[in-house]
Design a protein around this ligand. Structure first.
Ligand SMILES: Nc1ncnc2c1ncn2[C@@H]1O[C@H](COP(=O)(O)OP(=O)(O)O)[C@@H](O)[C@H]1O
Ligand SMILES: CC(=O)OP(=O)(O)O
Ligand SMILES: [Mg+2]
Length: 394
């Protein structure tokens, strides 16, 4: 029987999971999977490290499985591995840890109550991050659970990068830029030294482009600035999120269109971004395959805003040594990488089209002053490492 750590990464419509064996030299992936379409057409799949499907199930269209139902199904599935693995702990991705949490934390009732307070700051994620924690606690109250925060990696950013130009009476309430995707950025920072040692020690912008999308400016592996801010709706246009928005628009929506806070929240989190501009889809695959002019407009705006934010972050770093792509779009959409890299020629990035089409890892020419890379992220491995470290130190 091997000790094992279960990692849960709950998103707004999915529950991704990984099971890591826990040998002395660090967590080793044994199986992974997800249950997606939790509120529409639930689909469960679990695979081993060779990609062999271990189990798969589809529910009828319109089935409201929800996060609780997904956690229940996952527990049932994992029962089948009871003779092989002894579950030591469950590690969770929790999107918002505010100023209170700059390190992973073992979850107890007090921690859970504090994390509840951040639900309004991450309505698309936090409720779904916390639901599986409660579900596991109910079924296995003595099983250690660790929360690993998307915000923690950015907590050491310079004060000016975190500050809004608001009176202290507001900013002292924790109204500041936090930044997200921190587990992803932490992973990239951990592997970059092996791949590009000179870049890793220098000034790097990492583009985590997925359904959620952000950029992070790093100096020697430390977060210096990022495009997401107080919440994960700020920064780039995303699958369904609007990104950077003049705050005066919110007042216009309230005063002129008589929209209340919940209606505005739905608009900016679920009805904007690639979906809102195209009117077609939040999925970059569908937009790149579409002949519709509005699909092209949504992609154009996405690429344009990345270029604007990249310039801003390069300014924050005083220059740029490397650009890294990761996340669903960053890892798989060569066309988007090509457009972003070509627009970044002014920064000294010489793009290598053939290398990009081949998937990298380097997608700039060998002589390019600024290197460009494609590096698949691994939030789950970071969570497993943090979970192992946290339970062994408490
Ligand atoms: N092969 C692909 N080509 C282009 N875009 C892709 C591809 N695969 C995934 N994507 C994009 O990545 C998004 C999912 O990003 P990902 O980072 O995996 O998820 P999340 O942001 O929910 O964590 C999809 O919505 C889609 O837009
Ligand atoms: C913070 C965030 O946007 O996460 P995701 O990319 O998983 O939606
Ligand atoms: Mg993600």
């Amino acid at each position: 029987m091997q000790n094992a750590i279960l990692v849960l990464n709950a998103g707004s419509s999915s529950l991704k999971f990984s099971l890591f064996a826990d040998p002395p030299d660090g967590p080793e992936l044994r199986l992974r999977g997800q249950i997606e379409g939790l509120y529409g057409t639930p689909h469960f799949i679990a695979q081993d490290t060779t990609g062999t499907i271990l189990d798969e199930r589809r529910w009828a269209d319109g089935t409201h499985l929800g996060h609780d139902g997904a956690a229940h199904h996952l527990v049932e599935f994992l029962q089948g591995f009871r003779s092989e693995y002894q579950l030591m702990a469950v590690g969770h991705r929790v999107v918002h840890g505010g100023q209170a949490f700059s390190q992973p934390a073992r979850v107890d009732a007090e921690v859970l109550a504090k994390l509840e307070k951040f639900v309004p700051l991450a309505p698309l994620h936090q409720p779904h991050n916390l639901a599986p924690i409660r579900a596991v606690a109910e079924r296995a109250p003595h099983l250690p659970q660790v929360a690993c925060f998307d915000t923690a990696f950015h907590r050491q950013q310079p004060e000016l990068a975190q500050l809004f130009a608001l009176p202290p009476s507001i900013t002292e309430r924790g109204v500041r830029r936090y930044g997200f995707h921190g587990l992803s950025y932490e992973y990239i920072a951990s592997v970059l030294p092996q791949l590009a040692p000179e870049a890793a020690a220098g000034r790097v912008v990492v583009a985590h482009l997925g359904n959620g999308a952000s950029l992070c400016a790093m100096a020697a592996g430390r977060s210096m600035a990022s495009t997401m801010g107080f919440t994960a709706v700020d920064g780039l246009p995303m699958g369904t999120r609007c990104g950077n928005l003049d705050p005066g628009v919110i007042l216009y929506l309230m005063d002129e269109l008589k929209m209340n806070a919940r209606a505005i929240e739905t608009l900016i989190y679920k009805e904007s971004g690639l979906l809102g501009v195209s009117g077609i889809s939040s999925d970059m695959r569908e937009l790149l395959a579409s002949d519709e002019p509005r699909a092209a407009l949504a992609v154009d705006l996405f690429v344009y805003r990345i270029g604007r934010e990249l310039g801003s972050l390069a300014a924050a770093l005083g220059g740029l040594d490397a650009l890294v792509f990761t996340g669903g779009i960053g890892e798989h959409a060569a066309a988007i990488r090509a457009r972003v890299c070509r627009d970044a020629a002014w920064l000294g990035l010489a793009f290598d089209d053939a290398a990009n089409e081949a998937g990298g890892p380097r997608i700039s020419t060998a002589s390019s002053p600024v290197s460009a890379w494609v590096i698949p992220t691994n939030e789950e491995l970071m969570i497993a490492r943090h979970t192992r470290q946290t339970i062994s130190s408490t």
